[in-house]
Design a protein around this ligand. Structure first.
Ligand SMILES: NC(=O)c1ccc[n+]([C@@H]2O[C@H](COP(=O)([O-])OP(=O)(O)OC[C@H]3O[C@@H](n4cnc5c(N)ncnc54)[C@H](O)[C@@H]3O)[C@@H](O)[C@H]2O)c1
Ligand SMILES: Nc1ncnc2c1ncn2[C@@H]1O[C@H](COP(=O)(O)O)[C@@H](O)[C@H]1O
Ligand SMILES: N[C@@H](CCC(=O)O)C(=O)O
Ligand SMILES: O=P(O)(O)OP(=O)(O)O
Length: 553
């Protein structure tokens, strides 16, 4: 049987940057050619980046994509085939009443577009909404290269192994269809977003299919952050025994070359991060870096309270952007503890970032005076408390606006779930870095960060969480202990359990009912929150579509 050199281009495209993404693909192709590569694989929709969302509804965008695809082919080095992901028109759309586009892969070489393959299984759950734009490809097929039959699949096409899941998710299984066509190799072009330990699931699934059909599989995944989604890369290849013979590094672009002769020869195997904490931290660093850079910012700003959430976000941002690009602002009020300054300063020292101090007492007094006639006869309450948060939010946004920085908000998933945050206050910002990280995980990430040397000051790890909006206030005065709250939230949000099921699992009925009500009532806040980086299987982002004015809980 013939041999083949396959290049895996784990690319980080910018959504909508058609010319820039084409240039990235071309650069990889030229480099791959220097290593004698015959076939280069790029991720799903590599020309427009994933997910392009409603850019796909713009006919001019689709037209330009097809032009870029043809131009790219013409510039390719000779004797190199490249699989490029693109969205193209569905000619049957009007006659057959199908969606107007296909999610496709073109086989290109310097002679032009040789063949086109369409994605068959269109995910429409969680953050995916592909039925909104695409029609399903009707069949699976392959192309010939060096006398090899190479079957082409796109992302979800390989996620329907009935034997693996114990049930069929879709009526057809593209892998089974390609196996029936006796292909020598299956390639999969993916844009599979990160969630905790998802790579283990991907590898178990693909290993099962490779072994089941005795067909080697090469899987190339997109890498990089696009808005709320983080793509971890971790492209991987399996021999026909279902063994992993190659794994790309996670969270970074790469180009690797695999030798194929009847089967894959073993190649480099970058490890999966050892701990969940390492994995999550690296994902968040990539998410912050790419959001910042792809939106055209260089520097970021955040409020430093000496608390654990802002400390973690400051550390992530420092690793993402470099310490010279992070500005922390301390904004004490008369209710702030001494630690809000000393702990923030210890963090600033450990990270080496810039720091400014703006005491907010004067602004509070001015607000109180202005509101006095209207608030007369009422007692001090949440509205007055929240003024501090809103003054801080305003000051931060003024600084971000003045100096062209990106304001990062620091609320964690537990707070976002129950609405323990102030609209137009600490919720201000362009990106919510830890909005999908529960408070208990915030702690474990900080402990992990400190594994070799102190990054998060010890006092930050040990003091009780507090909004410090009134004397001696503690989160735990208003909320159940975070260990309990987070478990209830996990059951409710990620495991889709009802209050009854959670109570039956042994949780205090009154606490469960209170949490469920808080989550429902905070929907209006989450709708106005900045995009949050997704790390779980169910984040409060594009995959969470709850009504606001509703009765069901
Ligand atoms: N700011 C912080 O730093 C911080 C941190 C942690 C916790 N907290 C706590 O979070 C809480 C924030 O208080 P809050 O929730 O009253 O503040 P909020 O002002 O952010 O939200 C409440 C207000 O939102 C509006 N609203 C309510 N339901 C709505 C709906 N369905 N649609 C549109 N608007 C609606 C109403 O005007 C209501 O008064 C406080 O208990 C505070 O201690 C604040
Ligand atoms: N004293 C403060 N200085 C700067 N920034 C602050 C201060 N207090 C709060 N913040 C910011 O708001 C969020 C939320 O505060 P909680 O302590 O969770 O209520 C915090 O992370 C800071 O960014
Ligand atoms: N189900 C897959 C694939 C989605 C896709 O086709 O983009 C995933 O979660 O990664
Ligand atoms: O938001 P922070 O940083 O103030 O953390 P905490 O809420 O734990 O005080």
């Amino acid at each position: 049987m013939s041999s083949l050199k396959i290049g895996i281009a784990q690319l980080n495209p910018i959504v909508g940057d058609l010319a820039g993404n084409a240039a990235r693909i071309l650069e990889s192709a030229i480099e791959a050619k220097q290593f004698g590569v015959d076939l280069l694989l790029t991720p799903e929709l590599s020309l427009c980046g994933y997910p392009p969302r409603d850019l796909l509804l713009n006919p001019g965008f689709i037209e330009e994509m097809s032009k870029q695809l043809a131009d790219l082919a013409r510039q390719l080095p000779e004797n190199l085939s490249v699989l490029v992901g693109f969205a193209g028109n569905n000619p049957r759309s009007i006659l057959a009443g199908e969606k107007p586009l296909f999610n496709s892969t073109a086989l290109l070489n310097s002679q032009g577009i040789q063949e086109v393959f369409h994605k068959r299984l269109l995910p429409t759950y969680d953050v995916f909404d592909e039925n909104r734009y695409f029609a399903s490809g009707k069949e699976s097929h392959y192309f010939h290269l060096h006398d090899l039959k190479i079957g082409v699949t796109i992302c979800e096409d390989v996620w329907n192994d009935e034997e693996f899941w114990g049930k069929r998710q879709y009526a057809v299984d593209p892998i089974a269809d390609l196996a029936a066509l006796n292909v020598d190799l299956i390639v999969n072009l993916s844009a599979s977003p990160y969630s905790i330990r998802k790579q283990i699931l991907r590898e178990d699934l693909l290993a099962h299919s490779a072994k089941r059909y005795q067909i080697p599989i090469a899987y190339v995944n997109q890498v990089g952050g696009n808005d709320d989604l983080i793509f971890d890369g971790h492209s991987v290849a399996f021999n026909r025994q279902g063994e992993v013979i190659y794994r790309a590094p996670g969270f970074t672009s790469s180009l690797e070359i695999l030798e194929f002769e009847n089967d894959f020869s073993p190649a480099s195997l970058y490890p999966i991060p050892e701990t969940e904490e390492e994995e999550i931290y690296r994902a968040l660093v990539l998410g912050v870096r790419d959001y910042t850079e792809k939106c055209g910012f260089k520097k970021a700003i955040l409020g430093l309270s000496g608390g654990i959430d802002s400390s973690l976000v400051a550390s992530i941002t420092t690793d993402a952007l470099g310490r010279e690009n992070v500005l922390g602002v301390m904004m004490p009020s008369p209710y702030s503890s001494e630690g809000s300054i000393t702990d923030a300063l210890a963090l600033v020292h450990n990270l080496g970032i810039q720091c400014e101090k703006l005491a907010i007492q004067e602004a509070m007094t001015a607000y109180d005076r202005l509101l006095e006639p209207l608030f007369a006869g009422t007692s001090f309450g949440v509205a007055e408390e929240n003024l501090q948060s809103r003054i801080r939010g305003n000051l931060l946004m003024a600084l971000a606006n003045k100096f062209g920085h990106l304001l990062l908000s620091t609320g964690n998933k537990s707070e976002m779930a129950v609405g323990y945050c102030t609209l137009y206050g600490d919720m201000n910002g362009g990106l919510a870095v830890i909005a999908d990280v529960p408070k208990t995980r915030v702690y474990s990430l900080c402990h992990w960060l400190n594994r070799q040397k102190e990054i998060i000051p010890p006092n930050v790890l040990t003091k009780a969480p507090s909004a410090e909006l009134k004397p001696d206030q503690k989160d735990q005065d208003s909320l159940p202990p975070y260990e309990i709250l987070d478990e209830i939230l996990d059951r409710l949000i990620e495991q889709h359990q009802s209050s009854r099921q959670i109570i039956e699992a042994g949780f205090d009925p009154e606490t469960v009912r209170k949490v469920v009500k808080l989550v429902k009532n905070a929907e209006f806040k989450r709708k106005q929150a900045p995009p949050g980086l997704k790390i779980s299987d169910r984040a409060f982002g594009t995959g969470w579509r709850m009504p606001i004015a509703s009765r069901w809980s």
